[in-house]
Design a protein around this ligand. Structure first.
Ligand SMILES: Cc1cc2nc3c(=O)[nH]c(=O)nc-3n(C[C@H](O)[C@H](O)[C@H](O)COP(=O)(O)O)c2cc1C
Ligand SMILES: C=C(O[C@@H]1CC(C(=O)O)=C[C@@H](OP(=O)(O)O)[C@H]1O)C(=O)O
Length: 393
């Protein structure tokens, strides 16, 4: 089983993750993790903090000479902004300074519910951890999961499919071409025409002091049939993917395949019909069973069915606005209009990289559960045996 925890505050010295359950023998380098960290920092619409940070991961345990050992992997991403916050974020009592307490709660952020719950009269004690800065180290964990999945021919690709109501149209091109379009797009989308309009609305929102949300999509190709299970609620892979995507800061909805649209159509237009062609196995497919549509998004009964897994997540607009929203000071109880020093205007492209990471982690976890193995070689043997069985079924 793959599990991980993250720790660290937005303006603390660093973010840390401990990843447990990886087999030995997985090739892992800091540079491949850093490619994903750089993608997460980018995307049109981000704010001043991203000019300060150049995220780099360090591997502090569990890897020797470029390969995992089977022991827990510790990943660290340092905060460059820490130098500006050392006293304000100090763990030491002698640096306590109540005069710098943040008492103005931002609507839409964790500020007020967090302060009430944890009995804080300084909102900073909440916002430091509720900040999506944490996603930097989650993307590092996701990079490890992606490396594991790639070893078994599984790839995970996230992108932006909608931004403030502007919908991207998917071109009929190969996965490789699609990945290239996403990689070169400032919006991490594949529709250059929609991209131009998305950039315009972000510019307009920035000028007005407003913020924007959107929808991201993650596709997993090459996953075998049989990951996840129908037998228990918490083993359903669709449920786990939904929880993972929903755990990203500011995500308010998740759908798989047709998703909410399926509820608006009759069954005859929703369910993917089944076919069988023995030639498919001879051509190298894992099974002769196939579908000509993929409305289910690769999951039936919480189990992967061999088709592409398609998961989408809806991100609300960034809560910190340059145009003030009405709020209340948590100490004086006086009303005020929230003013802002710096914030992202739109972080949907960055969030697509985070969504890719959390989906990769869940799929890697389900893969490990099914095929086990304390070493990559053992997992590969188990996987090969299963593929052999599937082809003969
Ligand atoms: C990549 C990313 C960047 C974000 N940047 C900001 C930001 O600059 N300012 C802000 O107020 N919220 C930002 N958010 C959203 C908040 O972290 C989020 O709304 C907050 O944690 C409250 O949680 P909730 O929206 O899930 O209820 C960002 C989210 C993500 C995923
Ligand atoms: C730091 C990151 O995102 C941050 C997420 C965030 C929030 O409230 O969620 C607020 C901003 O941080 P700051 O208050 O330091 O300007 C964003 O920059 C990051 O993505 O690495």
């Amino acid at each position: 089983m793959l599990r991980y925890l993250t720790a660290g505050e937005s303006h603390g010295p660093q973010l840390t993750a401990i990843v447990e359950g990886l087999p030995s023998g997985l090739k892992l380098t800091e540079s491949e993790i850093n490619q994903h960290l750089a993608r997460r920092q980018g995307g049109y619409g981000r704010g001043g903090r991203m000019l300060i940070e150049t995220d780099k991961a360090r591997i502090l345990s569990g890897v020797r000479w470029g390969e995992t050992l089977g022991s827990p992997v510790t990943l660290v991403v340092e905060n460059s902004d820490w130098v500006n916050w050392e006293k304000r974020m100090s763990p030491f009592e002698e640096h306590r300074d109540p005069s710098i307490a943040v008492t103005r709660a931002r609507p839409g952020h964790a500020d007020l519910p967090g302060s009430l719950k944890y009995q804080h009269r300084d909102v900073r004690n909440i916002l430091e951890r509720s900040s999506a800065r944490e996603t930097a180290v989650r993307v590092a964990v996701g990079a490890v999961a992606k490396s594991y999945l790639n070893r078994f021919g599984i790839s995970v690709t996230g992108c932006v499919v909608e931004l403030c109501g502007i919908v991207a149209t998917r071109p009929e091109v190969s996965l490789k071409e699609l990945q290239h379009l996403i990689a070169v797009s400032p919006l991490y989308t594949y529709d250059t025409e929609a991209e131009t309009r998305m950039i315009e609305v972000i510019d307009q929102a920035r000028a007005k002091g407003d913020s924007l949300g959107g929808i991201v999509e993650v596709r997993v190709t090459g996953a075998p049939v049989g990951l996840g299970s129908h037998v228990q609620w918490d083993r359903r892979l669709d449920a786990r993917l939904a929880a993972a995507v929903m755990s990203i800061q500011a995500f308010k909805g998740v759908e798989v395949g047709l998703g909410f649209e399926a509820a608006r159509k009759p069954g005859s237009q929703v369910h993917d019909e089944l076919f069988f062609d023995p030639q498919r196995v001879l051509r190298g497919d894992q099974t002769g069973f196939y579908r000509t549509t993929n409305n289910a998004g690769g999951l039936e009964g919480g189990i992967t069915n061999g088709e592409e897994i398609v998961v989408r997540g809806a991100m609300k607009p960034i809560p910190t606005l340059y145009t003030p929203l009405q709020s209340v000071d948590i100490v004086t109880k006086e009303p005020f209009e929230a003013t802002v020093e710096r914030s992202d205007v739109c972080a949907v492209p960055a969030a697509s990289v985070v969504a890719e990471a959390v989906v990769a982690i869940e799929v890697a976890n389900a893969f490990m559960e099914k095929f086990g193995g304390d070493s990559i070689a053992e997992t590969a043997r188990n996987y090969a045996g299963y593929i052999e069985y599937l082809r003969e079924f």
